[in-house]
Design a protein around this ligand. Sequence first.
Ligand code: PHE
Length: 338
Amino acid sequence: MNLLERTNEVRSQLKEDLSKVQNTFQSIEDFRLKYIGKKGLIPSLFRDFSALCATEKREIGKILNILKKDAEKAVQNIQDRFADSQSGEDEFDYTLPGVPFNRGHLHPVTQTMNRICDIFKEMGFGIEFGPEVETDFYNFQALNFPDNHPARDMQDTFFIEDDILLRTHTSPVQIRTMLKQKPPIRILAPGRVFRNEAINSRSYCVFHQVEGLYVDENVTFGELKVTIEVFAKKFFGKDVKLRFRPSYFPFTEPSAEVDISCIICGGKGCRLCKHTGWLEIMGCGMVHPNVLNTCGIDSEKYSGYAFGMGPDRITLLKYGINDIRLLFEGDIRFLRQF
Ligand code: PHE
């Protein structure tokens, strides 16, 4: 076979191989070495070419040069194509399912608070918020805790300055509302409260309360009982029973604590209710006349009731969780379950 025939042979072989090159580094490299590498087919044609006489050279030189150029161009093309595919633009599979991402949800205590607020909203209560950093006046004084009154010890307080503290309950929102609104007042105040208590499975230094307040002419304890009962049946189910126990708060008179029949045993007695059949869920009472008067509301004309409950405790009861700390530690493995 003379050089011209061999050149044509290499050209058709190149064409065939080119159609078989895979889009991998190795396959492209094999192709390049086979044709234009130093020991490749085309350089070897050029070596034989140099041995030809001048007329033969004129005849074949052009053809050989074109073959070399074509081969180089082909290698360049497949290398470019490979580089493009590596940058991820060409080979992206649009039919693949998307990368899953985690959807968050509301904290179980927030869910409980929202549910409580929704039930009272249906009964005509509005929502009010107050600051978490309070003055002694709103947190104690106006709520009928006189200076040095032992009732102040009922709530271990975080003081910031002599007169400034972290609110120990949501009751100061009662005062703020009564000072700026005239009766009828019907509000709910959800929020965070703080107490300097030892941390253990049943108490934490931060927790939540939902406060309720209704002030109008002729508000009675009977209305308070009915309102709490409607709430409890909507929240815990219609079979739940209620019990009001006499209690003491400086800002309500008379005062009571509310128990519901145990949501686990229904009142027969079990570990959750410590075999009493009852679970305490809130404090309540008729707003003390001193509190109304302090807020410029005539206690001869108006009366009111107030209540305060702990959504953390209610959440623990609802889900059978035995350690309140779990609600505040933000462990995602725990929170995901709700
Ligand atoms: N503020 C009281 C507490 O923290 C609860 C309460 C609110 C009681 C309203 C009566 C009326 O214990």
